[in-house]
Design a protein around this ligand. Structure first.
Ligand code: GLC
Length: 529
């Protein structure tokens, strides 16, 4: 599955912003990668306070991305190429510009329109303190006080994310009905499924208690049991459509067992498993992570969904080039102190890509990972957009650095992303000239060619690989496993070369090697007899 961050994929109309016409023109590139489907980040009308995760209208396309007619055309053309299309649904919150939120503000306290959101009076003298102690995921309080229509300081509304993203009240039947209708709208248009944003946080404890009072298994807003009822209803809607329609949940749970509960037969088809992404570069920890994920998924009869990167975390080549590779967000301080070893990060990113693609289940590849793009750390402050940067006063760099527009061709910005002389919405590093698609197509050893070969090999051999992973007895520092009877993947996590046992054929190697050794920080795909 290939994740398309539309705004940064390809610009078709020369305004410096990626769009549907750019994507339509580049669909053959995606088909040639050898993926089965694309997932597009939100494309809805939005003030773009959080990259479009602040939705103003769930049934339309942002004019800067294109039109509904182009969305239809995308689905049609992708299907003709054998590519399925998943879009992003954002059910936890909307935007300040959503008509229902505006109506809620106008309606005044106690009005029916406010009940679709989570408005509460403040605490303390004159209600000047937030209603509870919850913190926004992006920093600061999870509540913002409004001014009432009569000009007085008024109620507070809950936003687990930015203040531009008011949370819906999922106890309200109208909210439930509305989202079911939105699903139908897009299924009717032909999309194959949805990635569900913040899927585990929709339902809040009706009393909105302080987190300080929280006792173990009744968290007031994360992974509450009631959320499963929503997905059972959604599943029925998906199943009522012809063809295979699918959901993938964005769920960050502390344990993979909790994650697997979303994958019971009548709920979601899949959920991102972020455990590999967060695992340090260490063969024992990686193995444990994979074993636990496989066992938890097997218990509910679901396939795991591996993720190595996305639009929210530090790009892989930077991540593996800093510390132990498990740092998903960067503080300004960590990048000042720690030097990033991009050569090491690139080797490890290549190795882990092969490891992940050798596992059973599905895998998501975030655009640009197949080019080995690094996190852009030196974006000028006035070009940054991520609310995380602003809400933490710049302590956290935020996620703009992994969202820089793709380099396609040529030697200078915009590297074929847009028309010549157009500045992309985020500036591209000069060094990306050697990472363009055009440059990498010419180089047999490039990251792009590694991904293409791996994805095609995986697709061709999937049937023979079966669903099982059998671990191999390997030297210390090496993680190896068999898929089916004739295929094995071996990763060298150590800093020394190890001898590769004799194999009839090496199918793919993430690094050049001297002699028969598997170099450090490398993966080999081999056939066995
Ligand atoms: C998810 C999205 C992220 C967004 C957040 C709030 O984590 O992936 O980009 O900021 O939800 O919608």
């Amino acid at each position: 599955m290939y994740q398309v961050y539309l705004r940064s994929f390809a610009d078709g109309n020369g305004d410096g912003i990626g769009d549907l016409s750019g994507l339509l023109a580049r669909l053959p590139y995606i088909a040639a990668l050898g993926v089965d489907a694309i997932w597009l980040n939100p494309w809805y009308p939005s003030p773009m306070a959080d990259g479009g995760y602040d939705v103003a209208d769930y049934r339309d396309i942002h004019p800067m991305f294109g039109t509904l007619a182009q969305a239809r055309e995308l689905v049609h053309r992708a299907h003709a190429m054998g590519i399925r299309v998943l879009i992003d649904i954002v059910p936890n919150h909307c935007s300040l510009e959503h008509p229902w939120f505006r109506e809620a503000l106008r309606g005044g306290p106690g009005g029916a329109a406010r009940e679709r959101f989570l408005f509460r009076p403040g605490r303390g003298v004159n209600g000047a303190e937030p209603p509870n102690d919850w913190q926004s995921r992006f920093g600061g309080a999870a509540w913002t006080r409004i001014t009432e229509p009569d000009g007085t300081p008024g109620e507070w509304y809950l936003h687990l994310f930015d203040s531009s993203q008011p949370d819906w009240n999922w106890h309200h039947p109208k909210v439930q009905e509305e989202f079911e209708d939105i699903l139908r709208f897009w299924f009717d248009l032909g999309v194959d499924g949805f990635r569900i944003d913040v899927a585990d946080k929709l339902v809040k404890h009706p009393d909105l208690p302080d987190l300080a009072q929280w006792s173990h298994d009744d968290h007031p807003f994360s992974d509450r049991d009631e959320v499963h009822d929503i997905y059972r209803r959604w599943r029925q809607i998906a199943d009522s459509y012809p063809g295979a329609r699918t959901f993938v949940g964005e769920i960050w749970t502390p344990s993979v067992e909790r994650l697997a509960r979303y994958l019971r037969g009548d709920e979601l088809h899949s959920a991102f498993d972020f455990s590999l992404l967060a695992s340090p570069w260490d063969e024992a920890k990686m193995r444990q992570t994979i074993e636990e994920a496989l066992a938890a998924h097997e218990a509910v009869g679901a396939a795991p969904t591996w993720v190595l990167s996305n639009h929210d975390v530090v790009r892989a080549v930077t991540r593996y080039g800093i510390g132990d590779g498990s740092m998903l967000r960067l503080s300004a301080a960590s990048t000042r102190k720690g030097r990033v070893d991009l050569a090491l990060g690139t080797r490890r990113a290549r190795a882990i890509a092969l490891l992940a693609l050798a596992l059973p289940g599905s895998a998501y590849v975030y655009q640009g990972e197949e080019l080995g793009l690094s996190e852009v750390l030196d974006l000028p402050e006035d070009r940054r957009e991520d609310p995380i940067f602003f809400r933490t006063g710049g302590d956290q760099l935020g996620r703009d650095g992994c969202r820089v527009p793709l380099p396609w061709s040529g030697e200078e910005e915009p590297f074929g992303f847009s028309e010549v002389d157009v500045s992309p919405w985020l500036p591209q590093p000069k060094e990306w000239g050697r990472l363009t698609v055009e440059a990498q197509e010419r180089d047999p050893a490039s990251m792009l060619n590694l991904y293409r070969r791996a994805l095609h090999c995986r697709r061709d051999q999937r049937a023979e690989w079966g669903e099982e992973v059998r671990w191999l007895a390997t030297p210390p520092g090496v993680l190896g496993f068999l898929r089916g009877d004739a295929f094995a993947s071996l990763t060298n996590f150590s800093s020394e070369p190890v001898e590769l046992p004799a194999h009839p054929q090496v199918l793919l190697l993430s690094e050049e090697r001297a002699g028969s050794d598997l170099p450090p920080d490398a993966t080999a795909w081999v056939t066995v007899t």
